[in-house]
Ligand binder design. Structure first.
Ligand SMILES: *Cc1c(COP(=O)(O)O)cnc(C)c1O
Length: 395
């Protein structure tokens, strides 16, 4: 079987029917009709038809869909304008009013709003469970449960869901499963191999890899992608031709980037664990992570996402230290988003404590001294040196 590095360069290139080495940008809203009436009908009604009208499809989007499906080991893939478009479209293709969905307590912030506010308002019941406890999933299942929706590792506490255990539970109960695989990327984790039914991505992150576009992907069986595509025609979040082209270009180096990012992150996390001023390092690749064994079982690499909790006599001191560190860092941009070639850092408590459900005993969801880091592909020595000078300023 052809290897992933080769697929990243060549999969789906048959959609390029020009002699250009790279698939062109089809910057067009519509296409002239084929001379054959039969072909016209196929173009107008076929799933992801690339030559009818942009909302239906586009040749570069088709190429991307085929490539991403191959990366995730699914029959088919659908590209959309954002990760949230992929998540909402995939979920709405699965459940209707009267159905019940089991989700995790920890999800990407906007997905959380979708599950807490949007779905219930449309008559879909949602139960939130602790992703680290398989018994909670089992107890949450009802007669009308149609979907279990997962995200692993989750944002920003980097907790892991046991994909195989949840997939088996779901199969026994005839429930569809979807995983948000954004944090891992298909290089590090393939949920389908553990029995999961479908995968969604914010392609804005690792897949695009250059922080220059937003995109989303849904991967699943042909039947599921057809259902999702029909929903997408109405929801309307089509991926633009330019972003589609940029994403295809970014993907060519996915394997190289992820390899370097995995390596940098493991080295940085290991080094940070020994630094003064750091209370705790949360990284699924470290033996100190409570679910390291599970991570090792279901992931081939540990991603570039890590979180650190700064030390401090109390949480307020840790908060001030976090702010001080942010102000001193020069290479790590203080910005949301992740998965790019450049390292970024964010302070989750400032961004999300006001919108996330409080944790145990009503404590805010995120520790005030917590910082989330997306490690890029800069040289590891420079990343360490930047963190070191910022940590020294805390002394
Ligand atoms: C960013 C992100 C999303 C949302 O993607 P957009 O492209 O911003 O819509 C969903 N899930 C995860 C895990 C993310 O990191």
């Amino acid at each position: 079987m052809r290897k992933v590095e080769t697929d990243l360069i060549h999969e789906g290139e048959h959609y390029n029917d020009t002699r250009a080495i790279t698939t062109p940008i089809y910057q067009t809203a519509t296409y002239t009709a084929s001379a054959s009436a039969e072909q016209q009908l196929t173009d107008a009604t076929g799933t992801k038809s690339p030559y009818f009208y942009h909302r239906h499809g586009n040749p570069t989007n088709s190429q991307l869909g085929e490539l991403i499906a191959k990366l995730e080991n699914t029959e088919d893939g659908l590209m959309l304008a954002t990760g949230m478009a992929a998540i909402s479209t995939a979920v709405l293709a699965t459940v209707v009013a009267g159905d019940h969905v089991v989700v995790q307590k920890a999800h990407y912030a906007a997905a959380q709003v979708f599950f807490r506010e949007f779905l219930p308002a449309y008559g879909i019941e949602v139960t939130h469970v602790d992703q680290t406890n398989i018994n909670e999933f089992e107890r949450a299942i009802q007669k009308n449960t149609k979907l279990i929706y997962l995200e692993t590792p989750s944002n920003p506490n980097l907790e892991i869901t046991d994909l195989q255990a949840v997939a088996q539970l779901a199969k026994r109960n005839d429930i569809f499963t979807i995983v948000d695989n954004t944090f891992a990327s298909p290089i590090n984790q393939k949920p389908i191999d553990f029995g999961i039914d479908a995968v969604v991505h914010s392609a804005t992150k690792y897949l695009g890899g250059h922080s220059d576009l937003t995109a989303g992907a849904i991967c699943g069986s042909q039947e599921f992608i057809q259902k999702a595509w029909r929903k997408s025609l109405v929801l309307g979040a089509s991926l633009s031709p330019m972003d589609s082209w940029l994403l295809l270009r970014g993907l060519k180096t996915l394997s190289l980037r992820i390899r370097q990012i995995n390596e940098n992150a493991l080295e940085l996390a290991t080094w940070l664990e020994g630094q003064q001023g750091i209370q705790r390092v949360i990284y699924v690749g470290l033996p100190s992570h409570p679910q390291h064994a599970l991570a090792t079982k279901q992931m081939r690499g540990f991603t570039g996402m890590l979180s650190v909790e700064l030390a401090g006599a109390d949480e307020q001191v840790a908060y001030r230290n976090a702010q001080q560190l942010l102000s001193k860092l020069q290479l790590f941009g203080n910005a949301v988003s992740l998965g790019g070639v450049e390292s970024l850092i964010t302070h989750p408590a400032s961004l999300w404590n006001s919108t996330q459900q409080p944790g145990a005993q009503g404590k805010p969801a995120f520790h005030l001294g917590l910082l989330r880091i997306s490690v890029g592909i800069e040289h590891i020595d420079d990343l360490k040196a930047d963190l070191q000078q910022a940590l020294e300023s805390l002394k």
